[in-house]
Design a protein around this ligand. Structure first.
Ligand SMILES: CC(C)(COP(=O)(O)OP(=O)(O)OC[C@H]1O[C@@H](n2cnc3c(N)ncnc32)[C@H](O)[C@@H]1OP(=O)(O)O)[C@@H](O)C(=O)NCCC(=O)NCCS
Length: 188
């Protein structure tokens, strides 16, 4: 049976990552962030952004989920902690799975790969910021993330509440049952 694979992003993945990025925002965020922002999102602008990000070897690490028929259907990026000083070393900056491919374990596998990369790069702990109202907070909780911080950010001209989930020990997290899922449940 064909299987979705998780691998490091290549420069030529930028268009597909940008498409998944914009499409997933538009399926996830209506009602959470202003419609005008979602309507105004540009695949081209995001493509350029991802291209730069992947091309920079000392920059963010980017990984993708590649489906044998549908191509790139998910991605994640990570690197050192940004912004607010918190007792965590690393951060997962983005994690998105296309709507049609959600709920099949790809988010878990992308997060696991990101944690692996952070460990390799010398970051033993990590956080991820989510909009406080985003249902993905249940995903992070299911994977052992603990409430780490809250902040209110002026985003897109609107005050948005965000919550950070944290893992103090990525090695321990990866060895827990929550991440031990074999074989991958995303075959179809
Ligand atoms: C959040 C997201 C990355 C999760 O990826 P996914 O592939 O759908 O999730 P998985 O199938 O790997 O789920 C892993 C576990 O989390 C649980 N989970 C996932 N989403 C959940 C939700 N909304 N509520 C409760 N539990 C959830 C699953 O039940 C699963 O646990 P189980 O195996 O014990 O059943 C994905 O749904 C997504 O991209 N959503 C839209 C964009 C978004 O909000 N991204 C995060 C921005 S910070």
């Amino acid at each position: 049976m064909a299987m979705t694979t998780i691998r490091d992003a290549r420069a030529d993945d930028a268009p597909a990552i940008a498409r998944v990025h914009v499409a997933t925002w538009r399926t996830t965020y209506p009602g959470l962030i202003p419609d005008s922002i979602l309507v105004g999102m540009s695949v081209e602008r995001h493509e350029a952004m991802w291209q730069r990000s992947i091309a920079n070897p000392s920059g963010d690490a980017v990984v993708v989920a590649e489906h044998p028929a549908d191509g790139v259907v998910g991605f994640a990026s990570c690197g050192p902690l940004r912004g607010l000083a918190l007792p965590f070393a690393g951060e997962v900056y983005t994690l998105y799975v296309a709507q049609d491919h959600q709920g099949r374990g790809l988010g878990r596998r992308l997060l696991a790969r990101s944690f692996g990369i952070l460990l390799e790069r010398g970051y033993p702990s990590a956080i991820v910021w989510v909009l406080a109202t985003n249902p993905s907070r249940f995903f992070y909780r299911a994977l052992g993330g603990e409430h780490a911080a809250d902040r209110t950010e002026a985003l897109w001209g609107v005050l948005m509440d965000e919550t950070a989930f944290g893992w103090r020990d990525l090695r321990l997290a990866l060895s827990s049952d929550r991440f031990a899922v074999a074989p991958p449940a995303d075959d179809f």
